[in-house]
Each structure stands twice: as structure tokens, then as C-alpha cells.
Design a protein around this ligand. Structure first.
Ligand SMILES: Cc1cc2nc3c(=O)[nH]c(=O)nc-3n(C[C@H](O)[C@H](O)[C@H](O)COP(=O)(O)O)c2cc1C
Length: 181
């Protein structure tokens, strides 16, 4: 009998590390997970949804809460119910701040709020943004609420300086997912 696939929602936000989430989709599928990608509006400025659609072999949700839909379901609620895990990788300082504050102003933030699934967050940002006390406070708040954090690595950041803020390696993220599911 075929093993049932576990459903992961991959939230993709507008970090320069977004190119790594393309590989992440492939690696998760190779490990047998079904992946549904939800992109923020800003993320679509960096990578087109068609890339994730091809890699995930699944529809990509592009974040418009009020877009015309082809079913009567309320999208953020139905997606939230189907997910075993919501993984946000890369997670910007912005999405981390929104989740910590309970802001629900796009599909990704609404569905995290509406879901009882496990949530894993892999931040990626400039070292100063990551060290910023407000970001650190937001991360601490999310951890206290039971969200899993996959810490960023130290490395050469897109801005040309070395520091902590690089998205964790794809294999580290996959290992964290496998540990949870
Ligand atoms: C080229 C480029 C790269 C960016 N990289 C990052 C990043 O790595 N991490 C981050 O937190 N913000 C980054 N930003 C800023 C975010 O894109 C910005 O805060 C945006 O509003 C986030 O939207 P989202 O969280 O809804 O995707 C970047 C912006 C640009 C233009």
C-alpha cells in the first residue's frame, strides 16, 4: 500500500535567500513530502510563482486574500486545516514581526494564525536586522508560543559583510522537518 504523503505548507517571503527555497522544495519532495507553496506579494518580486509551481507540482498560492477563487472555501482556513506543518523559509524580519504581533494582513499570516499545525521558521536577513532587539524579542515571543526556530548561519551576507543571518542550509531545514513529522 502507498504511504500517505504528509502535507507541508512552505511559506516563502521576500528575502534574497529565496533562491534556496527552490532547492528546498525539491529536497522535501524527494523525501516524500507534498509541498504547497504560499508566497507573499513581495516574494513574487524576487521569484515568479511558476518556478515554485513547477518544482512543487502543485498550485502556488500568491497571497491575495480577496482574489477570485475557483472554490467556495475560505482559502486561508482550508489551507490551514490541510497542513501538518507550516514551514516559513526564508522568513523575513517582517513576517516574524507580523506573526509575533498577531497581524493577519495577507494569506500567509492569516493561515499561520488560523492553523493548529506545527510551525517552523527559518529566518534569513542582514546581521543587524537579525541582532536588532525588536527582531530578537519577536523571535523569543514566537519560541515561547511553541514555534520552532531554525537559526540562521554565520556567513557572507548578500550585503557583502560577514555575520549571522544566512538562511540555514537546505539539508539542516529538511532534517528539522523530518524530526518534527
Ligand atoms: C533585494 C532585496 C533583498 C531583501 N532581503 C531581505 C532578507 O534577506 N531578509 C529580510 O528580512 N528582508 C529582506 N528584504 C526586505 C523585505 O523584502 C521587505 O521587508 C518586505 O516588505 C518583506 O515582505 P514579506 O515579509 O511580506 O515577504 C529584502 C529586500 C530586497 C529589495
Amino acid at each position: 500500500m502507498k504511504k500517505e504523503q504528509k502535507n507541508i505548507i512552505l511559506g516563502v517571503t521576500a528575502s534574497i535567500a529565496i533562491y534556496k527555497s527552490c532547492d528546498l522544495v525539491r529536497k522535501l519532495r524527494e523525501r516524500g513530502f507534498a509541498v504547497t507553496v504560499v508566497m507573499t506579494k513581495e516574494a513574487q518580486e524576487l521569484v515568479k510563482p511558476i518556478v515554485f509551481q513547477s518544482l512543487s507540482a502543485n498550485r502556488v498560492y500568491t497571497g491575495g486574500l480577496f482574489d477570485a477563487q475557483d472554490s467556495w472555501d475560505i482559502e486561508h482556513v482550508s489551507l490551514a486545516e490541510k497542513a501538518e506543518l507550516i514551514l516559513i523559509a526564508p522568513a523575513t524580519a517582517n513576517i516574524i514581526a507580523k506573526l509575533a504581533a498577531g497581524i493577519c494582513d495577507d494569506l500567509l499570516s492569516c493561515l499561520v494564525c488560523a492553523s493548529t499545525a506545527k510551525v517552523l521558521i527559518a529566518p534569513a536577513m542582514n546581521a543587524n536586522m537579525y541582532k536588532n532587539k525588536i527582531t530578537q524579542g519577536n523571535i523569543a515571543k514566537l519560541k515561547a508560543c511553541g514555534y520552532g526556530l531554525i537559526p540562521p548561519r554565520e556567513g557572507l551576507l548578500a550585503c557583502g559583510v560577514k555575520g549571522v543571518g544566512c538562511l540555514a542550509e537546505v539539508e539542516t531545514i529538511v532534517a528539522a522537518v523530518k524530526k518534527l513529522l
